[in-house]
Write a protein that binds this ligand. Structure first.
Ligand code: SER
Length: 338
């Protein structure tokens, strides 16, 4: 029987850390190669370097790629060319290599940012007006079209999810518009105070990372024939505004205070839907979220308190402190020499 060899590109990022760990539980430690541009990865790989990618795929017998390298909404708005290049060029490289090397499967994350001010604000469905008005949203929409194109033209089995704002205890607080929902937890524990860059009532679709990881695994496990969306699936978890999250945190930390100083990120958030409908994902591969606001808040606070207690000097958990994450003891650089 053929062994699955998985390449995770962007393994040290927001989704990559927990996904790599989950994939290793399933496929085995040495069948999942964590690639990134940082030293804690198994191999150093620039997502834009197609030749290097092709070499890794050939030399290691890679059968599946999870492409997670990319930029978030806020930096993409501030410096357009690099953000565009990273989000689109890396995807095209992966799709080309997947086509040439006949890979079994590819995963690539899209985002609710593909929707824009013309899309329905509430319960935004799969098929609707999709006219993004941010660099990040445009890049994700274009990426969705490329996924569909490579599937239709070349049969590349590429699968994708439109992620909401992701909340993770293991990842560094990021630069996305939705990342207030991560920073707030860190600040609540450290200072019992947070200044939010969105309005108190700006409601956005959100998801706790364990649900997002499970969604990726379930989507990738589904039989090929079950996948009817080859652009990207809407995927709903929960929806809340900063004031809702603050109220929930207050139940655990009664002294917690929040104030609001909306900045340019509020403009980005205002163009996105407040909630998403994901009927197709439910129908095609049985998607069901597990975490709501209450469950996520309780778990985030418990996990972060543990992490911050164990690593008091650090802003967040360092990558190599995450159980089972690639570290100096497992240097793959020589094994998978590019
Ligand atoms: N979390 C992303 C961002 O805010 C949206 O998908 O940039």
């Amino acid at each position: 029987m053929k062994t699955d060899i998985i390449l995770v590109i962007g393994a040290c990022g927001q989704i990559g850390i927990e996904l790599t760990v989950a994939l290793r539980e399933r496929y085995g430690r040495f069948n999942v190669i964590a690639a990134d541009k940082v030293a804690t990865a198994d191999i150093l790989l620039d997502a834009l370097d197609q030749d290097a990618l092709r070499n890794v795929v050939r030399n290691c017998g890679v059968t599946q790629i999870y492409l997670l390298a990319g930029t978030f909404s806020t930096p993409a708005e501030q410096d357009i060319p690099p953000g565009w290049k990273l989000n689109i060029q890396s995807l095209l490289s992966v799709l080309e290599v997947a086509k040439e090397q006949r890979l079994d499967k590819v995963f690539w994350p899209s985002s609710i940012a593909v929707f824009g001010p013309g899309s329905p604000k509430y319960n935004c469905p799969q098929q609707t007006c999709v006219e993004p008005d941010t660099v990040y949203g445009i890049s994700k929409r274009v990426g969705e079209y490329w996924c569909n194109y490579y599937f239709e033209q070349y049969g590349v089995d590429v699968r994708s999810l439109r992620f909401s704002g992701l909340v993770a205890c293991t990842a560094p607080t990021g630069y996305g518009t939705t990342d207030y929902a991560v920073s707030i937890f860190h600040q609540a524990i450290e200072k019992q105070h947070y200044t939010c860059f969105l309005n108190e009532d700006t409601c956005l679709p959100m998801m706790y990372l364990p649900d997002a990881i499970r969604a990726i695994l379930e989507l990738m496990d589904a039989p090929k024939e079950a996948i009817t969306i080859r652009t990207s699936y809407n995927l709903a978890g929960m929806s809340f505004a900063p004031c809702d999250l603050a109220a929930e945190i207050k139940k655990h930390i009664p002294g917690f205070r929040i104030d609001y100083q909306p900045d340019h990120r509020e403009m980005i958030a205002a163009g996105w839907p407040a909630s998403i409908k994901d009927e197709q994902a439910r129908k095609d591969w049985g998607w069901q979220p597990h975490f709501d606001l209450k469950g996520m808040t309780a778990d985030m606070l418990a996990q972060l308190t543990k992490i911050k207690g164990a690593y008091p000097e650090q802003e967040q958990m360092a990558l190599h402190d995450f159980p089972d994450f690639p570290n100096e003891d497992h240097d793959f650089t020589g094994v998978f020499k590019i």
